[in-house]
Design a binder for this molecule. Sequence first.
Ligand code: FUB
Length: 449
Amino acid sequence: MRTLKLYALLAALTLIGLSPAYSQNPFITNQFTADPTARVFGDRVYVYPSHDIRATPGHGRAGWFVMADYHVFSSANLTDWTDHGVIVTQNKVPWVKPDSYSMWAPDCVFRNGKYYFYFPTTPRDTTQGKGFRIGVAVADKPTGPFVPQVAPIAGVHGIDPNVFIDKDGQVYLYWSQGNIYGAKLKNNMLELAAEPKTLGELPTKGLKEGPYVFERKGIYYLTYPHVENKTERLEYATSTSPLGPFTVKGVIMDESPTGCWTNHHSFLQFKNQWYLFYHHNDLSPNFDKNRSIRIDSLSFAADGSIRKVQPTLRGVGLTSAKQKIQLDRYSRLSEQDATIAFLDTANTFQGWKTVFASGSGWVQYNGVAFGQQKPKTVSLRGASTAGAILQIRLDNAAGPVVAEVTVPKGGAWQEIKAPVTAFTPGTHALYVAPKSKAAAVEVDWVRFE
Ligand code: FUB
């Protein structure tokens, strides 16, 4: 009965465009998302990504990016995400070529009491040149409704808009088209205030795009994806002023080892911690134009240089012990006898499972918040053909066993409950491994009650 009520609630929320999403990487798993721009508005973080979809006959170009609209997502803790639904859609913007499916990387900023959403796409009118233009839609709230302007920004041709508001109140628009460009915006946020400047001190070989500019301690950081070798990596340059001259400084994130061709990012400071938002094709490993957005923590060295970010599956934030803990978004995984696989390769939105081939495998998931009260039981969704016992420990391989869960033989997925035997209040890693050497077993998630 409770489960039915929960499903009814989820269905109702989804119908009105509000659906819960979850943490870890990728942190949005109900659809493909890319090019995340994260902003703090009030006490929440809002993420404005692109929305990749699959091409279908007559809708988008097969084998290429296909994007018809934008959603916005928000969170108060970077862990629980709400999908607020569609905010701008291609065929409701007067200047956009219908069914062009090219709603690429956007940005959104707050200024003069309004939210300004900047997005690049294909115009109907090509008399002023072919290629992408950049438009603006304006709203009173970060979740919309956004009202698109009737025409794109005059004098701007390109993709990947990014808006930076300096300490003195001057606003700058950056975008890319081969080079990266920057220009002052008028106070109305809708028009250039001066001729664009080519930010020419960046690498000349290999594509550059996706500028994201911010200021920290008097240093202006121009960050951008760049193809130094085969695929995009995230790099940065610094300056003492928003339009340069910039000096190239280094790499923020290396090329993806799995060959996802694009990366696209933004920086966010939230509650005294810096974060990097970026994307990878986690939910579509065989097609890198269906991407998913991720978050990892970021830090600066004393001289202001950016410490390289290693991408993780665990992502950021604490996971409540009362939530489904997706062990497959692990912090550490044994090199042998434990692997991660999709639950259903035909529907990757179902997520992943941890597969233990034998009792030598183990998985560790950091940052589980238990609080002070001892949970009574643990629930685990698991499957095992021959049957297996899983041991759940706190902290590491030598930590106390909090529960032993017997997954019955038969191979079907089952939710199994077991009593919690030992407990230490606070935040812990979970360390999960089969008890017996011969036990092959799969785990979807674990939850404490
Ligand atoms: O998402 C489409 C394009 O791919 C973006 O505009 C680029 O930055 C790259 O991520």
